[in-house]
Ligand binder design. Structure first.
Ligand code: GDP
Ligand code: MG
Length: 670
């Protein structure tokens, strides 16, 4: 590669302000070398466009033509391409038309080819191109007046055309013409936005000289996505119709056109392309008003050069980012594909896959519910099973009353006295009947039975939710078996719940039918309380003493209602002392007994029961369940296909850009 050439390219790529363009236009030899340099870049971008890399969310540097309806968009493209395009009133461009212009010195007459978005390509001629575009449009957007965002591509190979790719979009219309849908404005606006919003797009805003620029819809729209106008270039058409005041309009720049204005005169009526160019040149040379406009701002050749220079700049600017995006997406897709389950084509495969899933599910549950390892869900506290269950147990322990539950408005010892009176036996008065203790015990335990049941329910509800979520997660690729798995979990949870209900029932019954503890605290507490027995009895027996006494285990109590019933009050005191001391043992057993039961239940569930139940549900009945895994899954097969296609596309794209990046860096080194 010669020094001269690469220097030219660098000027073109690095300078966005026209100096390079000016140097490029100066000689045809330099122009040819410019084409040599730019063509491969442009080809690369076009190939990427063709590969539909935009479907992968990668934006390509694109020059997008926008303008109000009949502003002359198609005419401008026609002038640039030197061919005839469908022109006229009403809506002509109904789908995006990608125009790929290629200078081909060997082409004596233009070579035209129309490419559909499905890859089909048909050769056409200048005379037939209008019909061919209309036919393709009808095929894509229907034969009515509807529009579509699927583009068609027109390749024009002709001697002397600038190497450019431009996208022509449907014109903006506020009022639907007959046969157009009511929401035509919104539809067109949506397509235009889709094309001009990416920062990689250059907006070629086609304005008619006859209108006030700030009133143009296309100006309003491009300003929404490019407020400062840094990527907007204006082309003013129909200058022959409104030469007055044009110079002021394009020099005042009321509408923020960052890349400048180019005024043109397109083909009128049945003129040929060459005639039109001659007329245009004459117009800007001799017209009393138009000739005053700077020569850098007039004529189709200037427009062509500006566009080529802008195109080179944006391509060079965007390519490194495109390379990065392609690589990113490629590695992301490859990872995703690797993580997908293997194809399941035989019962043996299905069983293998099923066992793998069960292992994963149980392993994951064991981590979060038994071992307390949360590396699978570092940030989602809901999945930190052991911590959540521990919280529930703590709350449960707090909810059980620490002291014997009593009715708030009962006078001191009156409940004990009532029980003693009912269980009075025919025996000596100073024997404390055991039945009295048991009756009282049962009554007290009765008041808390709901609490352990609630805990068991709460724990299983939480565990069920976790298990279902984990199962769901690991069977994502086999939606056909998810309902079976859910059923297995539900059956299992029913069993676990029933077991816990039975366990709680027994825990309660045990407390109610017998009184026993080996806990030394019982005797210790009882002694402590009984130390107050004498002062209590004194206060009851001796009316002259204060009726309020402070007693260990009971606090300050009023004994005035007990005066005159010293015998039974003494017994009641003893009864109450025993129950108060014993209550602590009951609570301890209810907490510990249930906590251990729950932990055992959870452990058993994740270590053996779940596996057995899932196996029962899916392997039972002659493997009917796993056989369903062989059915084409609505999820995986298409997904796998999609990822594979996307990887293939990205690989090809990568090759395209790799070639071109090599050339660029080689050019830079010369
Ligand atoms: P589009 O709807 O934006 O694609 O506009 P067209 O390219 O179809 O042009 C609309 C009408 O304006 C056509 O009749 C063109 O011939 C006419 N037209 C376009 N450019 C010029 C121009 O520079 N001068 C004159 N006099 N007419 C033009
Ligand atoms: Mg048009």
């Amino acid at each position: 590669m010669s020094k001269k050439k690469s220097k030219n390219l660098q000027m073109v790529l690095s300078d966005g302000n026209g100096a390079a363009a000016a140097s490029v236009v100066t000689g045809s030899a330099i122009a040819a070398s410019y084409n040599d340099q730019i063509r491969p870049l442009l080809d690369a971008v076009d190939r990427l466009r063709h590969l539909k890399v935009t479907q992968e969310g990668i934006q390509l540097p694109t020059i997008v033509v926008v303008g109000d309806q009949s502003s002359g968009k198609s005419s401008v493209l026609e002038s640039l391409a030197g061919i005839s395009l469908p022109r006229g009133q009403g809506i002509c461009t109904r789908v995006p038309l990608v125009m790929r212009l290629q200078d081909d010195p060997s082409a004596d007459s233009p070579v035209l080819q129309l490419e559909y978005s499905n890859g089909r390509a048909v050769a056409t001629t200048e005379a037939k191109v209008a019909d061919a575009i209309n036919a393709a449009t009808a095929e894509i957007a229907g034969s009515g007046k509807g529009i579509s965002d699927a583009p068609i591509t027109l390749v024009v190979r002709k001697r002397g055309v600038p190497d450019l790719t431009l996208v022509d979009l449907p014109g903006i219309t506020r009022v639907p013409v007959q046969g157009q849908p009511d929401d035509i404005y919104d539809q067109i606006a949506r397509i235009i936005k889709e094309y001009i919003a990416p920062k990689e797009s250059i907006i070629l805003n086609v304005l008619t000289a006859t209108v006030d620029f700030p009133t143009c819809e296309s100006i309003r729209m491009s300003q929404q996505v490019d407020r400062t106008g840094e990527r907007t270039l204006a082309v003013v058409t129909k200058v022959d119709k409104a030469p007055e005041g044009l110079l002021e309009k394009v020099t005042m720049d009321d509408v923020n056109i960052g890349l400048g204005y180019v005024c043109v005169r397109n083909r009128i009526g049945e003129e040929t392309y060459d005639q039109a160019r001659v007329e245009e040149e004459k117009l800007f040379k001799y017209h009393p008003l138009l000739s005053k406009i700077d020569k850098d701002m007039v004529g189709i050749p200037v427009l062509a050069q500006r566009l080529m220079q802008i195109q080179a700049t944006i391509i060079a600017k965007c390519l490194p980012d495109i390379v990065r995006q392609i690589n990113d997406r490629l590695s992301r897709n490859s990872t995703e594909l690797e993580q997908m389950p293997p194809d399941v084509t035989s019962v043996a495969d299905a069983v293998k896959e099923f066992i793998r899933i069960v292992k994963q599910v149980c392993g994951s549950l064991e981590k979060i519910l038994v071992r307390g390892e949360f590396d699978d869900f570092p940030d989602d506290g809901h999945f930190h099973g052991t911590a959540r269950v521990a919280e529930m147990l703590n709350r449960y322990a707090k909810k059980l009353p620490a002291d014997v539950p009593r009715r708030a408005n009962d006078l001191f010892l009156m409940e004990e006295i009532r029980v003693l009176e009912e269980t009075k036996g025919i025996n000596l008065p100073n024997f404390l009947p055991r039945s009295a203790f048991l009756v009282l015990l049962k009554k007290k335990v009765d008041t808390v039975t709901q609490i352990p049941h609630e805990l068991a329910n709460q724990v299983w509800e939480y565990v069920e939710d976790l298990v279902l979520k984990i199962v769901q997660q690991h069977t994502d690729n086999f939606p056909q078996v998810q309902s079976s798995c859910r059923r297995a979990v539900q059956i299992l949870m029913e069993k676990a719940r029933a077991r816990s209900a039975q366990h709680v029932k027994e825990l309660i019954e045990m407390e109610q039918v017998a009184d026993y503890t080996s806990n030394p605290d019982y005797m210790k507490t009882w002694y402590e309380i009984m130390e107050g027995h004498d002062s209590f009895m004194e206060a009851v027996a001796d009316g002259s003493k204060p009726a309020i006494v402070n007693l260990a285990g009971f606090g300050e109590v009023d004994v005035s209602h007990l005066r005159g019933k010293a015998d039974i009050a003494g017994q009641a005191f003893d009864l109450s002392a025993r129950l108060t001391a014993y209550w602590k043992s009951i609570v301890l057993r209810l907490v510990d007994g249930l906590a251990l039961h729950v932990l055992l239940g959870v452990k058993r569930l994740v270590e053996s029961d779940l596996e057995a139940e899932l196996a029962n549900e899916l392997l039972g009945n002659k493997l009917a369940g796993v056989e369903r895994m062989l059915l084409p899954s609505p999820g995986t097969a298409p997904k796998r296909e999609r990822i594979k296609k996307s990887i293939e596309l990205l690989r090809q794209s990568k090759e395209v850009v790799a070639n071109i990046m090599d050339r660029i860096s080689a050019a830079g080194e010369v």
